[in-house]
Design a protein around this ligand. Structure first.
Ligand code: ADP
Ligand code: ADP
Ligand code: MG
Length: 503
């Protein structure tokens, strides 16, 4: 690692912790920046050095390029790792890091730019012979154009913001009568959310799978694929649970998708880690959706089955090393699943649930468990950022084992003081469609519509387990006689607790 000795992490939360761990294991020095709200974060505690860069809103801290560059230079860092979100896919940032004489741990500014626009990347992919979802490859200029394209590709169609991301900026249109109104709304939403009101249209694939391929590419022209991730458990176009391998595709399709993903990456001379996302229809036809030119939230499941530390590979590639294994040597073993633990209330429309964590006992013990967390007991989850607080990952020799291990771990997981999505995961993991392996992106909507089938189901057990303490503590961690959670009925199963409590 001749070139890189000290790395600044331009991020926060669980991913900053994840990156610190890779840096540390490589014998290098991790440095972090933090906002007002993150003064006591786990990343700040674990890093060698931590620098305050501004106010809690990310526009005053994690998005301010000048401040981050300033810290990196003053602390004599050789490289910057952007994590995901924030500046990770900002080509101007990558360019600036380079200009200041440091290494950006990620692809070139050009590759970020080309893949950053959904319309431009669709055009490039089409030219490169990568199948894309039918639709336009440039922003729509008029309602007339939209009408024509929609008629040609057929309803339903999806209006998408060219600059969209994080599941935001999409609008499903089922008939021609809704088209004009939806177009206006999509444009104004895109403008206010992404500062760019360009909108394009794609055919809406019914009952699709989201399956993505992890790529690694070095500066010597080696581009490898590390298998796929099935990410069809989604709410509002955002992933909740991911697994690998996909239980839906065959080895033959897997190989084809891998090769096409490599082609996609090569078309933009891609370097470093990246993910090519595909939408797959019920006949297993697959189409390019977008490329995420950064480390992906769900990268750990690929690490669990391949044994490859993707963050370390990112750092090695950025420092100019060759990837030291071949495509043929990548031999995924077993099954890995990830649950994204969010600080949100599954009993109140998944509203954010920030606050102080009065008690925190992660299920870190036992075979096949990985807990990538950004929090600890006594920590206050801030309101300002993405509510993802931890990722629980399991590995099993087969899918049953990985699923059962995940259920076991979720039941052990204790977070008191805030609400989390943990009880909801148990509901998904009990669902027949999920267990069958042949589920699509509409699974979660269907589950949300199902009233309780079995009683008491696992979700209740989890509620009860959590409820033991939820009854005793209020949000500030102070003891209380009664919890207001009892009032809204969340913990009304109290009577059964004697039989079911596990703690
Ligand atoms: P992944 O598959 O890695 O989860 P996502 O698209 O869900 O990819 O994005 C990961 C993170 O980056 C999320 O926190 C999301 O909110 C954020 N993000 C991605 N793209 C954008 C964007 N264009 N604008 C705002 N946030 C984004
Ligand atoms: P983002 O940048 O927000 O991640 P994507 O283009 O990756 O946007 O799409 C996010 C999700 O939206 C997909 O995983 C899928 O569930 C849904 N989606 C996107 N495009 C289509 C489509 N053409 N047909 C059906 N679903 C789609
Ligand atoms: Mg996406």
């Amino acid at each position: 690692m001749g070139k890189i000795k000290k790395i600044l992490i331009a991020n926060r939360g669980e991913i900053a912790v994840r990156i610190i761990r890779a840096i540390r294991e490589m014998g290098l020095s991790p440095v972090v920046v933090y906002s007002d709200a993150d003064e006591l974060s786990l990343a700040v505690k674990l890093a060698d050095e931590a620098y305050h860069i501004g106010g809690s809103p990310s526009s005053e801290s994690y998005l301010v390029i000048d401040k981050i560059i300033d810290v990196a230079k003053k602390s004599k860092c050789d490289a910057i790792h952007p994590g995901y979100g924030f500046l990770a896919e900002n080509a101007g940032f990558a360019e600036r890091v380079k200009k200041e004489g440091m290494i950006f741990i990620g692809p070139s500014p050009d590759a970020i730019r080309m893949m950053g626009s959904k319309t431009e990347s669709r055009g490039i992919m089409k030219k490169a012979g990568v199948p894309v979802v039918p639709g336009t490859t440039s922003p729509l200029k008029s309602i007339k154009e939209l009408n024509e394209v929609a008629k040609e590709i057929g309803f339903p169609v999806l209006l998408k913001a060219s600059a969209g991301g994080g599941g935001k900026g999409m609008r499903l249109v089922r008939s021609i009568s809704e088209l004009e109104d939806s177009f206006m709304r999509a444009q104004s939403e895109a403008g206010s959310s992404f500062g760019d009101d360009s909108v394009y249209v794609e055919k809406y694939i019914e009952e699709p799978h989201h399956i993505e391929i992890q790529i690694l590419a070095d500066s010597f022209g080696n581009t490898l694929y590390l298998g796929e991730r099935e990410c069809s458990v989604q709410r509002r176009y955002q992933k909740i649970i991911e697994e690998t391998p996909s239980p839906f595709i065959t080895d033959d399709i897997r190989k084809k998708m891998g090769k096409i993903a490599v082609k996609a990456a090569e078309a933009v001379q891609y370097e470093n880690a990246g993910t090519v996302e595909f939408i797959v229809d019920k006949n297993k036809n697959f189409y390019f959706l977008e490329m995420n030119t950064r480390l992906q939230v769900e990268h750990p499941i690929t690490e669990m089955v391949t044994g490859i530390d993707i963050v370390k590979e990112q750092i090695k590639i950025a420092s100019g090393e060759k990837i030291n294994f071949s495509q043929d040597s990548i031999d995924p073993r077993g099954v890995s699943i990830e649950c994204r633990v969010y600080a949100e209330d599954p009993f109140n429309n998944f509203a954010p649930s920030p606050g102080k964590i009065a008690e925190y006992v992660p299920p870190a013990g036992g075979i096949g468990i990985r807990d990538d967390t950004g929090v600890y007991e006594g920590y206050t989850v801030p309101v300002f950022y993405d509510p993802l607080i931890s990722k629980l990952i399991t590995w099993g020799r087969d899918r049953d084992e990985a699923v059962n291990r995940m259920k076991r771990a979720l039941l052990e997981y204790r977070i008191v003081g805030i609400n989390t999505s943990i009880p909801y995961f148990l509901r998904i993991l009990e669902n027949k469609e999920f267990l069958s392996g042949n589920y699509t992106t509409s699974l979660v909507e269907r589950i949300d519509n199902i009233k309780k089938e079995i009683e008491p189901d696992l979700m209740e057990v989890a509620m009860l387990a959590a409820g033991v303490k939820a009854m005793e503590y209020n949000g500030n961690g102070k003891k209380e006689e009664k919890s207001d959670k009892g009032k809204n009925g969340n913990w009304k199963m109290f009577g059964r607790m004697k039989n079911l409590r596990r703690f």
